[in-house]
Design a protein around this ligand. Structure first.
Ligand code: FAD
Length: 387
C-alpha cells in the first residue's frame, strides 16, 4: 500500500494554471460583473479556450481526457477567487454535459459534446420544480409520446435552473413523468430540449442573494415538442440517472466550497497583515490568529474529504457516502469561514468591494443546492444502515 499527498505532475500543472488564471484574469474583473448582475461571457469564453469545460471528457468528444479530480481542482481554484464562474463551470460540466456523456446516445454525444466541451455552448439540467427540489421523485412535469408524429410533448415548470438562459445556452435536459409503473409510481425519464424550441419559455434571471454573475432562471414548457430520439438514456431510468449525476455533482460542489473556504483564509491573512488597530496589525492579536488557524484547519480537512471522494470515483469504487460527507462538511465550513472572514474585515467586510463580502453572499447556497445539508445527512445515515 502506498499513500501520497501529492498530486500527479499533470494535475498539479492544471491546478497552477487555473490558480494563475483566477488571480490574473478573474480577480480584477469579476467584482464589476457581480455588482451589475451580469454574466461574464468574456471570462467564460477564456475558460472554454483553456479546455476547462471539457476536463473530464474523452478527447474523441472534444474533451481534455482528464477526470473528476481534475475538474475538482479547477473548481477549487476558481472558487478561491469567485464562485459565480465556478458554478457556471460546475453546472456546465456536471449537470449540462455529464448526463449526455454518461447516458446519451452516440448521436447525442457527437452532436452536443464538442460544443459543450469547448465552452462555446452551455447545457443545463432541469430537475427542481416550484413544488419541490429535495423530493425529486415528486416531479410533476410530464412528457407524453405522440405516436402519430414520434414526438415527446412536454408540459410543466422547472425552477432555479443554472445556465439555462444565457446567450450561449444550447440545451436543457429535463426530468419528466413519461408514464406509470404497474404499482402506480411514476416513470421518470430525462429528455433533451434544445433552446429555442417553440413553447419552451425562459424567464428573466432571478434576483439572487449571491452567485450574481451566474445565470439562474425559471423554465416553462407548454406543449413543447421534441423528437422521440431526444430521450436521454432509457425511458423510466431518469430518476436513477439523476441520482448518479447528483452523487458526482456533490464532489464538484464540495471542491467549489473548499475553494471558497480557502479564499476566505487567503483574504483574511492578507488583511490581518495590513490592518492596524491599537498600534499593531490585527494579525498580532491571538484572537485573530486563532480564527484564521481554525479556518485553515477546516479548508484543509474539506480538501481531504472531496479529494478522497473524487479518488474513489476515479478508481471506480463506491463513493456515495464520501461524496455526501464531503458536500455536507465543505458547505458547512464554507459558511463558517465566510462569516469569520467578514468578522476579521470588520466594517469593510460588509462592503461589496471586498471579496469576502462576495464570499459571504455566495456561501449560503452551498448548503442548499444539489441537495440540502439535511438531504446529505439522510444519505449518510442511509449508508450507515439507518432508516
Ligand atoms: C442558485 C440556485 C441554483 C440552482 N441550480 C439548479 C439546477 O441547475 N438544476 C436543478 O434542478 N436545481 C437547481 N437548484 C435547485 C436546488 O437544487 C434546490 O433548491 C434544492 O435541492 C432544495 O430544493 P427546494 O428549494 O425545493 O427545497 P425543499 O425541498 O422544499 O426543502 C425545504 C427545506 O426542507 C428540508 N427538507 C425537505 N425534505 C426533508 C426531509 N425529508 N427531511 C428533512 N428535511 C427536509 C430541506 O432540507 C430544506 O431545508 C438551484 C437552486 C439555487 C438556489
Amino acid at each position: 500500500m502506498s499513500i501520497d499527498h501529492r498530486l500527479s505532475a499533470e494535475h498539479e500543472e492544471l491546478r497552477r494554471t487555473v490558480e494563475e488564471f483566477a488571480h490574473d484574469v478573474i480577480a480584477p474583473k469579476i467584482g464589476d460583473y457581480y455588482e451589475r448582475h451580469e454574466f461574464p461571457y468574456e471570462i467564460i469564453r477564456e475558460m472554454g479556450r483553456m479546455g476547462l469545460f471539457g476536463l473530464p471528457f474523452p478527447e474523441e468528444y472534444g474533451g481534455m481526457g482528464g477526470d473528476y479530480l481534475a475538474l475538482g481542482l479547477a473548481l477549487e481554484e476558481l472558487a478561491r477567487v469567485d464562485s459565480s464562474v465556478a458554478i457556471t463551470l460546475e453546472a456546465g460540466v456536471s449537470l449540462g454535459a455529464m448526463p449526455l456523456y454518461l447516458f446519451g446516445s452516440e448521436e447525442q454525444k457527437r452532436t452536443w459534446l464538442p460544443k459543450l466541451c469547448a465552452g462555446e455552448m452551455l447545457g443545463a439540467f432541469g430537475l427542481t420544480e416550484p413544488d419541490g427540489g429535495s423530493d425529486a421523485g415528486g416531479t410533476r412535469t410530464t412528457a407524453r409520446l405522440d405516436e402519430s408524429t414520434g414526438e415527446w410533448v412536454i408540459n410543466g415548470t422547472k425552477c432555479f435552473i443554472t445556465n439555462s438562459g444565457t446567450d450561449i445556452t444550447g440545451l436543457v435536459t429535463v426530468t419528466a413523468v413519461t408514464g406509470r409503473k404497474p404499482d402506480g409510481k411514476p416513470l421518470i425519464s430525462a429528455i433533451l430540449v434544445p433552446s429555442g424550441t417553440p413553447g419552451f419559455t425562459v424567464a428573466a434571471p432571478y434576483s439572487k442573494v449571491g452567485w450574481n454573475a451566474s445565470d439562474t432562471r425559471e423554465l416553462s414548457f407548454a406543449d413543447v415538442r421534441v423528437p422521440r430520439e431526444n430521450l436521454v438514456g432509457e425511458e423510466g431510468r431518469g430518476y436513477a440517472q439523476f441520482l448518479r449525476i447528483l452523487d458526482e455533482g456533490r464532489i464538484a460542489i464540495a471542491a467549489l466550497a473548499t475553494g471558497l473556504a480557502q479564499g476566505c483564509v487567503d483574504e483574511s491573512v492578507k488583511y490581518a497583515k495590513e490592518r492596524v488597530a491599537f498600534g499593531r496589525v490585527i494579525g498580532d492579536f491571538q484572537a485573530v490568529q486563532f480564527k484564521i488557524a481554525d479556518m485553515e484547519m477546516k479548508a484543509h480537512t474539506s480538501r481531504l474529504a472531496w479529494r478522497d471522494a473524487a479518488s474513489r470515483l476515479v478508481q471506480g469504487e463506491p463513493f456515495k457516502k464520501e461524496a455526501a460527507l464531503a458536500k455536507l462538511y465543505s458547505s458547512t465550513i464554507a459558511v463558517d469561514n465566510a462569516r469569520e472572514a467578514t468578522q476579521i474585515h470588520g466594517g469593510y467586510g460588509f462592503m461589496n468591494e471586498y471579496p469576502v463580502a462576495r464570499m459571504w453572499r455566495d456561501s449560503k447556497i452551498l448548503e442548499i443546492g444539489e441537495g440540502t445539508s439535511e438531504i446529505q445527512r439522510m444519505l449518510v445515515a442511509r449508508e450507515l444502515g439507518l432508516g
